[in-house]
Design a binder for this molecule. Structure first.
Ligand code: NAP
Length: 339
């Protein structure tokens, strides 16, 4: 089958393919054809994808993300509709597709073409380019959803300081930048001393070490430091945060780079009315999803997205970036250019 694309016929293209056999695990850029793509109503010529922690896990043998092999990972993609059987989209439309089964059980964005169900696609909002959309990607969406939920639960700049953990990572960098834009006093926690200047440029007012939010001993209740927190780290860090949040404050937890077990007690909840808000980007309902993308294109759009937070790489440079994100070595966001 040949695919029309702006007058050009494309039947073969490049993608990053992971494969696992009984004896081997490989991650390689390969030539793929349109027929190899999964079911879906909309064929998208992918312009950009991005690197997320989950993508790193998808590209290691025991990452427990990919359901069957061979597979094309990439939980984020943005591009131009090449053809559509879905009346909501037409050839030439600029679109974003993230979440759902993309990059998990449905071939993802590390591919020059993707075929995606129409129900998973968001039109590119006015105010964002395709590249900016992927500089945000799932990490940016998660940061924005975290801030949205904190504000729904009463957070405003005069309530006090807001902590962001894993601050130099994807979710963290964008959360720092978005909160600073909204005039919050941001306290950034990082394990990277060399990146303090970067965090200040993003708008952090204070910087603390990882150890300060993850001490040897966690008290059930501690001094009330922060009005709220955006926490993609989880684990013992989350337990410490809960013990240090102000009365009626909230914590938006989205990740587990610091571990899955949270050794906390009921006391922050029953004695200080602390709210623990779970953040899930994957099955966030479409109506709210569109609202969050609109906010990211307007009042939550980070000021230094392309010149400070994001760097661009090619498909060939992806394996190294995917390995680095699992080691906590990537700073900010990494955008993958496909077209
Ligand atoms: N719930 C959702 O829908 C959703 C969506 C997106 C991501 N996530 C999750 O959120 C987490 C962060 O994702 P990301 O894309 O921002 O990843 P990332 O870019 O790798 O950022 C994670 C950051 O966490 C810090 N970190 C790394 N190892 C740590 C450790 N052992 N203890 C404490 N901090 C550590 C590092 O920041 P510093 O060096 O600055 O401390 C690192 O840069 C992941 O667990 C991811 O799966 C969840």
């Amino acid at each position: 089958m040949k695919k029309r694309n702006g007058g050009r016929q494309v039947d073969q293209f490049k993608a990053l393919v992971v494969n696992k056999t009984e004896t081997d695990f490989t991650v390689n850029v390969k030539t793929v054809s349109i027929e190899d793509l999964p079911e879906g109503d909309v064929v998208i010529k992918v312009a950009y994808s991005s690197v997320n922690y989950k993508d790193g896990l998808a590209c290691i043998p025991n990452g427990k993300i990919v359901k069957s092999y061979p597979f094309i990972p990439g939980i984020d993609l943005a591009g131009i509709v090449a053809s559509s059987k879905d009346p909501r989209f037409k050839e030439g439309d600029e679109v974003i597709a993230t979440s759902y089964e993309i990059g998990v059980s449905h071939y993802g964005g590390y591919s020059e073409y993707a075929r995606i169900p129409g129900d998973w696609i968001v039109p590119l909002p006015k105010g964002l380019t395709l590249k900016e959309a992927m500089a945000l990607g799932t990490a940016g969406f998660t940061a924005a959803l975290s801030i949205h939920r904190l504000e729904e639960n009463g957070l405003s700049p005069e309530k006090g300081k807001v902590l962001v953990t894993g601050a130099t990572g994807g979710v963290g960098s964008i959360a720092v930048s978005m909160l600073a834009k909204r005039n919050y006093h941001v306290v950034a926690s990082t394990g990277k001393e060399s990146e303090h200047e970067y965090l200040r440029k993003l708008g952090a007012k204070e910087i603390i070490s990882r150890e300060e939010v993850c001490p040897e001993q966690i008290r059930p209740l501690d001094k009330q430091y922060w009005a709220a927190a955006v926490d993609p780290v989880g684990g013992r860090t989350l337990a410490t945060i809960l013990s240090r949040i102000q009365y009626n404050g909230s914590v938006a937890v989205s990740g587990l780079t610091g571990g899955a077990d949270v050794p906390t007690t009921v006391f922050p909840f029953i004695l200080r009315g602390v709210n623990l808000l779970g953040i899930d980007s994957v099955y966030c309902p479409m109506e709210l999803r569109k609202q969050i993308w609109e906010r990211m294109a307007t009042n939550l759009k980070p000021d230094k997205l392309l010149d400070l937070i994001a760097q661009e790489i090619t498909l060939e440079q992806l394996p190294e970036a995917l390995s680095n994100i699992l080691k906590g070595k990537l700073r900010g966001r990494t955008v993958v250019k496909l077209a």
